[in-house]
Design a protein around this ligand. Sequence first.
Ligand code: AP5
Ligand code: ZN
Length: 218
Amino acid sequence: MRLILLGAPGAGKGTQAQFICERFGIPQISTGDMLRAAVKEGSELGIKVKEIMTTGGLVSDDIIIALVKERISQPDCANGFLFDGFPRTLPQADAMKDAGVKIDHVLEIAVDDEEIVKRLAGRRVHPGSGRVYHVEYNPPKEMGKDDVTGEALIQREDDQESTVRNRLSVYHDQTAPLVDYYQQWAKEDADVAPVYHRVEGVGSVDDITRQVIEALEG
Ligand code: AP5
Ligand code: ZN
């Protein structure tokens, strides 16, 4: 299965990706996680993207498209993959279409902006694996520690409220048009276009997982 998870920052893409990938046995391709790993390593790519990520802007399409094309050519992507946080602009979506990368499903997780600000203020992440928690809504078994490794959780640098507001505005300007793009494509060319699903992203994590699985398997 090849799948795109579409949604605003904090909509729950990373949270739901964990369940979906396990269920369907496919790798999670999170461009955000890949870029954060590069920043942490201090690689050439990391140095290039650090500042733009800290302020909540988008990394250039050329860099992202090259990164994703290389990633999906790896053997573990042969049976499918889940895109989390990609595509995020019309040129990124077109690049996949032009390269003939057939996507089966686009799944939008819809959450409004005020809920997102609350979620991101309480988010904690395990930097090694990308696993996500929330201090109140989705707490780890032991406060401040990853459930699997027991390692310390951190707060993402771009989760400060002013940066979150900027990320939301970038989302509405540059990424939200993809909702129309995929819906329109599904109408015009149902044979090749991905099937479009929309799930309301407000409710318990388990509830949303159920709706997501139902949409994909139904
Ligand atoms: P990226 O890492 O992709 O960040 P994002 O899209 O802003 O998404 P988030 O990871 O913030 O949110 P999420 O939807 O995964 O939510 P989560 O599950 O964690 O990108 C970061 C940066 O990298 C970008 O700003 C950009 O600079 C760059 N970048 C990445 N991809 C790019 C691209 N393609 N092009 C250009 N630049 C790119 O959940 C959030 C919180 O809510 C957690 O605390 C979670 O526990 C909690 N939560 C989840 N579900 C629920 C629920 N149902 N109820 C209550 N709380 C919940
Ligand atoms: Zn994420």
